[in-house]
Design a binder for this molecule. Structure first.
Ligand code: DGJ
Length: 756
């Protein structure tokens, strides 16, 4: 039993393999948070919660002379505004009389097998064998508003999910804030790790001490955004990959969000997460309910390496759905960086033929194939093939590609509209735009109002028509701007505060319709690269294009940051041309491949222009990746080095779940004259078993300068036999890197008992 209720003490205990979450119905009926942390075998930690009279911290009326009791200092399970808890709140309700208050009191609970689901929203899924649900109903003291707290416990995964549903049984109210979850920790020694960025430079890690007052990670862009990510970590000061208590929180949501940590006057830390309240306002009529999206929590006392692996497993096994959840992904070639909008069927077929010779399995036609789409200021919304570019339509091209024995994919951007489009000319009111204002344009496009059913129907029918007619195996769903001028012609004036969230609900409805109608298609999310890389999208699409930055060296840090909250199997990563189109940097082909292979691997360049030597290398890369793809995508992922400004090199490792095989890649970030020796300690192996370590190829400089010891990583040069403990605690040497951006790869295989 993962969920226990102690009737006498009124204590709820949620147990996972290595963590415990406890809460208690307090003496006046409020739900107190007692503890979340390392697993407690038995017993209640109710003694941890104490009060003293502090002054200026009011007490609920029922407390009478009990002045030690205050909602402002007692740890709450779900905080509400207006009744004496002055810390950041999850819930703010405006009642019919204009009062803004809620005081949430315990009403009832239910424990059931299996994991709850959320209507219209993505959520972790799990059956009766793998999860339990706790539902607690809290009711407002003075109104008929109820908050239903939902907890899903996935014991084996060290994961607890939370969501909540606000129900109104009385006269209409307004929700001014409806965040998903609150975590009140009675400690002040936590750092917050967040992942900030910008277009082409997503998810850079930043950490800082939580301090008195608030620190936030947030997006008010209508999408989860390039700028911040809805995955954050609270960790013990100084925690690292293998050491320290860490709490990870991932919001299963793709719109504006808030993650906020506040240290209060008595050094307790409150964390809240959910839909961003800025611009949000939701009407709840009598009998209606509002569902706040899910937050996935995981705790570990062994550092954020393990925390990441908890999230990786959870996403792979209980968030992502569909055919490609845990199966091979085809190695693709995408034509975007090679051709941009300048496409013809003839040229596409010739590129596909060349890519086929190399061993790629899926050819993707990116932007530019529909309507009048010759540049980025026209065509979006007109989902009919451009007859000049594709005389036989998408179906004709798809057939030609399939005739080559390749899979075929297309790019779409359903949520957008250009003013220069037939759709806009027919339905100028279908975009988000505030009356009396000229809308903000971004990349020459406006945002379609997909909160409206008729707009979604149009998109489903027009794009779905193509997917029905043509043999399409893959679709890249792009979204190239943030929301602004958020106003819907279909929504009454007073309810415009609902539009931003209704947009996200519309998005999920549309995605659900597409993925259910076309279950065999491999869907890839995208938003100008990784502008909407979140757990919400992963519920519909097993992979997301990680960044529009394909420079291998910058990608190392983008993929590094992304790996904290998301699995390798979710990160689209391609080899592109050198010098790189975004940075002009020259990197060896092997290094570009090594970096892209730490994700869902593909190519994005004009392979027809490569010389024979590079073509042969690519054939070898694809052959290698196919052999190790399963281990890389679904094995355990270890970051072996931090990736920061001044790193000498970056290294990462994938280990098969049975610990039989591992692959390590290392890239030199900064070659030195008179170099120092570099070494890397491996992880995740069996301590007492013997392994053979093979350096798969020499570095570029060693290849050119045969015989020198630059390429040697051990005295025998070719392979090393060592116990797992030696490889993990002693490490392996890296070759002496002679040039920036050289790379090396090791394959580590367990030896038979007798060989060892
Ligand atoms: C942005 C994407 O991230 C790119 O990969 C490409 O698909 C372009 N959009 C096409 O417009």
């Amino acid at each position: 039993m993962a969920i226990l209720f102690d009737e006498k003490k009124k204590v709820f205990t949620l147990q996972t393999k290595n963590s415990t979450w406890q809460m208690q119905v307090g003496r006046y009926g409020h739900l107190w948070h007692l503890y979340y942390g390392r697993r407690i075998q038995e017993g209640a930690l109710d003694y941890l919660v104490r009060g003293i009279n502090r002054g200026f911290c009011g007490a609920p009326y029922e407390a009478g002379e009990d002045r030690e009791y205050s909602l402002d200092t007692y740890p709450q399970e779900y905080s509400a505004y207006g009744t004496g808890d002055y810390r950041t709140s999850c819930l703010s309700v405006e009642h019919g009389d204009g009062s803004r208050a809620a005081e949430l009191l315990f009403d009832s609970y239910e424990i059931r097998k299996g994991k709850y689901g959320l209507s219209g929203l993505p959520a972790v899924w799990a059956g009766e064998e793998e999860a339990e649900t706790l539902q607690i109903v809290l009711r407002d003291k003075a109104s008929l508003v109820e908050t239903v707290l939902l907890y899903g416990v996935l014991e084996e995964y060290d994961v607890i999910t939370r969501a909540c549903v606000i129900r109104n049984k009385g006269e209409g109210v307004w929700l001014e804030r409806a965040l998903s979850a609150c975590l009140d920790l009675q400690r002040d020694d936590l750092e917050m790790i967040t992942f900030y960025g910008r277009h082409t430079m997503e998810r850079s890690l930043e950490r800082g001490m939580c301090r008195h007052g608030k620190i936030t990670a947030e997006s008010m862009r209508g999408t989860s955004s390039h700028q911040e990510n809805p995955f954050v970590i609270l960790c013990e000061k100084g925690a690292g990959e293998e050491w320290g208590e860490c709490y990870g929180m991932s919001l299963v949501y793709s719109g504006s969000f808030l993650a906020e940590a506040e240290v209060d006057q008595i050094n307790q830390t409150r964390f809240v997460m959910g839909i961003h309240p800025e611009g949000f306002r939701w009407r709840l009529e009598k009998g209606e309910s509002f569902t706040a999206p899910e937050v996935i929590f995981s705790f570990t006392s062994s550092g954020y390496g393990e925390l990441s692996r908890n999230f990786h497993r959870l996403c792979q096994e209980h968030l992502i759905r569909g055919k490609y959840r845990n199966t091979r992904r085809p190695v693709l070639l995408n034509n975007w960086e090679a051709m941009e909008f300048h496409i013809t069927e003839e040229d596409l077929v010739s590129l596909a033929a060349s890519a086929k010779e190399l061993g790629t399995e899926l050819f993707v036609m990116d932007d530019g194939w529909f309507g009048g789409r010759d540049h980025d200021r026209c065509g979006l919304g007109d989902w009919t093939p451009n007859a000049r570019k594709l005389p036989e339509g998408v179906a004709g091209l798809a057939k030609k590609i399939h005739d080559m024995d390749m899979m075929f994919g297309i790019w779409i951007e359903p949520e957008m509209i250009n003013e220069d489009s037939d759709l806009y000319r027919a339905h100028p009111d279908w975009c988000l735009r505030a009356p009396g204002r000229t809308p903000n344009r971004e990349r020459g496009q406006l945002v379609l109002d997909i909160s409206r059913r008729e707009v979604r129907d149009y998109l489903f029918d027009s794009i779905g028509g193509i997917l029905k007619e043509a043999e399409v195996d893959y679709v890249k769903w792009d979204m190239n701007r943030n929301l602004s001028d958020v106003w819907s012609a279909a929504c009454p004036a007073l309810r415009q505060g609902e539009v931003s969230h209704r947009y996200v609900l519309g998005l999920y409805d549309l995605m659900e319709r597409f993925v259910s109608a076309f279950p065999d298609i491999l869907w890839e999310g995208c938003s100008g690269g990784g502008g909407r890389f979140d757990a919400g999208i992963l519920y519909y699409m097993p992979q997301i294009w990680c960044s529009d930055n394909t420079d291998a060296i910058e990608r190392i840090s983008i993929q590094y940051g992304t790996s904290f909250g998301y699995p390798v199997s979710a990160m689209g990563a391609h080899v592109s041309v050198s010098p790189n189109l975004q940075t002009g940097r020259r990197t060896p082909l092997e290094t570009r491949a090594a970096v892209a292979m730490a994700g869902v691997f593909g190519y994005e360049l004009d392979v027809r222009r490569l010389d024979q030597e590079d073509r042969e290398r690519i054939k070898e890369q694809i052959r290698w990746y196919k052999q190790y793809q399963e281990l890389i995508l679904y094995g355990d992922y270890y970051r072996l080095t931090p990736v920061g400004e001044n790193g000498e090199f970056a290294a990462w490792q994938s280990v098969s779940r049975d610990q039989q095989t591992a692959v390590v890649s290392a890239v030199c970030l900064h070659a030195r004259s008179n170099p120092i020796f570099l070494r890397v300690r491996l992880k995740g192996l069996k301590e007492n078993r013997w392994y053979r370590v093979r350096q798969e190829r020499l570095t570029e400089s060693a290849r050119e300068d045969k015989g020198q010891e630059a390429g040697a990583f051990c005295p025998e040069e070719k392979e090393l036999i060592c116990q797992g403990s030696g490889l993990m605690y002693g490490g392996v040497n890296l070759p002496v890197f002679k040039r920036d951006y050289e790379s090396v790869r090791y394959v580590i295989e367990i030896l038979d008992e007798k060989e060892g």
